[in-house]
Design a protein around this ligand. Structure first.
Ligand code: NCD
Length: 351
């Protein structure tokens, strides 16, 4: 059975195929209209979503399939104390494929260990968001014609921004890609992404947006992730640090692609929306087609797969990431690989 827990579950060839299928769907929608007749997608959203949930729903409906699920954890038995594992066991009996979003990091790994149907990670805490990355890669490929040799600026909340983490994992596999990481010091990219995916010399870390713009092929703006902050004062202090506007784009390349996973707050002024280099609404639209291609690929791959759960138990190590599901899920086996928690990828601490 194939799951999509993080973007590296797909090879670059598979990503190319998904982008080609999505483009074919755009050109020939009728060819796919019955492809999932009789199949059911479960959309389990324990955390708010507009685009991701609705584009998954639209994707399955456009394939002739049906959708069931929920968009608020408080309407489910979670409020009665049910574990995620138990919820997933049941839903996997009612569906053929599941897309889930959860505030805790590692939740889709736990789900994939008990699910009989493929699990798609639609965002786990501040960790990963691989289907947004597919949408991003499709947009870049269609706009710039390639994924290699690009200078990619990522701006905003690089600490908690899960879309940024997955996009860096994916793009670091293409030759000649350079990253310009633009954030306040407090919101820098976490070490678990940097150490694992960025080679020395392939990136720079800066705090100022405007000076970086002229060299960029892609400018990926992100929202400061208010819901992940431990203190509201800290959020308020950093909330409006960046605002891209038409004036700041005056020295940008004519071929620049401005992207944003959306929702935006203040980080892109509406005066950028009419600039031909603003591609974020098209990016959101692409989400429907690439998710259709993904559902087609993963559906039909059934049976248990627990290879994600490989790691060792430890008497001396513990995960102290307050956002990791392994701290709260009853009955979970805490596993570590090379001193790292297998659920959230953060370095474990000595007890
Ligand atoms: C993003 C997310 O949920 O991580 N939204 C999305 O899926 N398009 C970005 C965000 O919430 O800032």
């Amino acid at each position: 059975m194939r799951n999509l827990i993080d973007i590296l579950d797909l090879t670059t060839e598979e990503i190319d195929e998904l982008i080609s299928t999505a483009s074919d769907i755009i050109d020939n929608p009728g060819k796919y209209a019955e492809a999932c007749r009789g199949k059911i997608l479960g959309t389990l959203f324990f955390e708010p979503s507009t685009r991701t949930r609705l584009s998954f729903t639209s994707a399955m409906m456009s394939l002739g399939g049906s959708v069931l699920g929920f968009d608020q954890a408080n309407s489910t038995s979670v409020t009665k104390g049910e574990t995620l594992s138990d919820t997933i066991r049941m839903v996997s009996a009612y569906t053929d494929i599941i897309a889930m979003r959860h505030p805790k990091e590692g939740a889709p790994i736990v789900a994939s260990a008990v699910s009989e149907v493929p699990i798609i990670n639609a965002g786990d805490g501040g960790h990963f968001h691989p289907t947004q990355t597919l949408t991003d890669l499709m947009t870049i490929k269609r706009k710039l014609g390639r994924l290699e040799g690009l200078t990619v600026g990522l701006c905003g909340d690089l600490k908690y921004g899960r879309t940024v983490h997955s996009l860096i994992c994916a793009m670091s596999r293409y030759a000649g890609v350079r990253f310009v990481l633009i954030s306040p010091k407090e919101l820098r990219l976490p070490d678990y992404v940097k150490d694992e995916f960025l080679k020395d010399g392939s990136y720079t870390e800066i705090t100022e947006l405007e000076a970086a713009i002229p060299e960029l092929d892609i400018l990926y703006m992100t929202r400061i992730q208010e819901e992940r902050f431990e203190s509201h004062e800290e959020y308020e202090r950093l909330a409006n640090v960046y605002e891209l506007d038409a004036n700041k784009l005056r020295n940008a390349k004519p071929t620049l692609s401005v992207l944003h996973p959306l929702p935006r707050v203040n980080e892109i002024n509406v005066d950028v929306d009419t600039d031909p280099r603003a591609h974020y609404f098209e990016q959101a639209a692409n989400g429907r087609y690439i998710r259709m291609a993904l559902i087609l690929k993963l559906l039909g791959t059934r049976g248990y797969s627990d290879n994600r759960m490989s790691g060792e138990e430890s008497d001396t190590l513990e995960c102290r990431n307050p956002h990791c599901l392994s701290l709260t899920e009853r009955g979970i086996v805490k596993l570590f690989r090379d001193g790292v928690c297998i659920y959230c990828d953060q370095k474990a601490q000595n007890k």
